[in-house]
Design a protein around this ligand. Structure first.
Ligand SMILES: Nc1ncnc2c1ncn2[C@@H]1O[C@H](COP(=O)(O)OP(=O)(O)OP(=O)(O)O)[C@@H](O)[C@H]1O
Length: 206
């Protein structure tokens, strides 16, 4: 078990708003290793809030969270990688520099491994281009590559495919599957609806 939560809900969302949720206020949800979890919900239902709570960036929630055998702050710092909905890339840096900033902290991937990710995701000509001049779908792919260039046991992806086509989604989905199998990790991914091209192990309506 990587993560378990019980009776979880952001304090600023009412019980009535989550009465049909399969996650919020559920007696127990367990996140196991080696699986892809898809969390579907309409806009404003609390997807980003859920990932933020799990990541530990805000305390405005009720219920309990248990992080496997590891204490929360250490787990978050060393074991959670997070692709935020707004990506949090540095626009004035190149795509490669954005990835390397994170990668250099952990010395996780070699330059040739990073180049291979760019090639696989159709970005081989974009390594040295400033992020400010990339399309949104290209930025999403850079942020996904960056998230893979650090060690993790849990990868949080907040609407990561909102500007990607089915072919790219299939390629990334296969890559994510390989990554979690190799790392014995898990993924929690949010979306406004079902995603063509992605194979999730478990799907929840938020
Ligand atoms: N810190 C906060 N304080 C008060 N209300 C908040 C806070 N953060 C989010 N909310 C509210 O909680 C609700 C859920 O927000 P959240 O960003 O989690 O939704 P979401 O499902 O990710 O939405 P979207 O799909 O549009 O990105 C919204 O009504 C939002 O205004």
């Amino acid at each position: 078990m990587l993560l378990k939560f019980s009776n979880l809900k952001p304090t600023y969302i009412s019980e009535i708003q989550v009465r049909d949720s399969e996650i919020y206020l559920a007696p127990e949800i367990t996140i196991d290793q080696g699986k892809i979890y898809l969390v579907e919900a309409y806009s404003g239902k609390g997807k980003s809030s859920l990932l933020d709570i799990i990541y530990g960036v805000h305390e405005l929630y009720e219920g309990t969270l248990e992080y496997g055998v590891m204490e929360h702050s250490r787990f978050r710092e060393s074991e959670i990688s997070y692709v935020f909905q707004n990506l949090k890339l540095f626009p004035e840096l190149t795509a490669l520099e954005n990835v390397q900033l994170k990668n250099e902290l952990t010395d996780h991937k070699s330059l040739s491994e990073i180049q291979a990710y760019f090639k696989l995701l159709g970005l081989e000509g974009k390594l040295n281009q400033k992020v400010a001049t990339l399309s949104l779908g290209q930025r999403q792919r850079v942020a996904i590559i960056r998230s893979l260039c650090m060690p993790f046991k849990l990868l949080l992806l907040d609407e990561p495919f909102s500007h990607l086509d089915e072919v790219n989604i299939e390629i990334i989905s296969e890559l994510l599957r390989e990554e979690i199998e190799r790392r014995n990790a898990s993924i929690i991914l949010t979306s406004l609806g079902s995603i063509k091209g992605l194979e999730a192990d478990v799907t929840y309506r938020l």
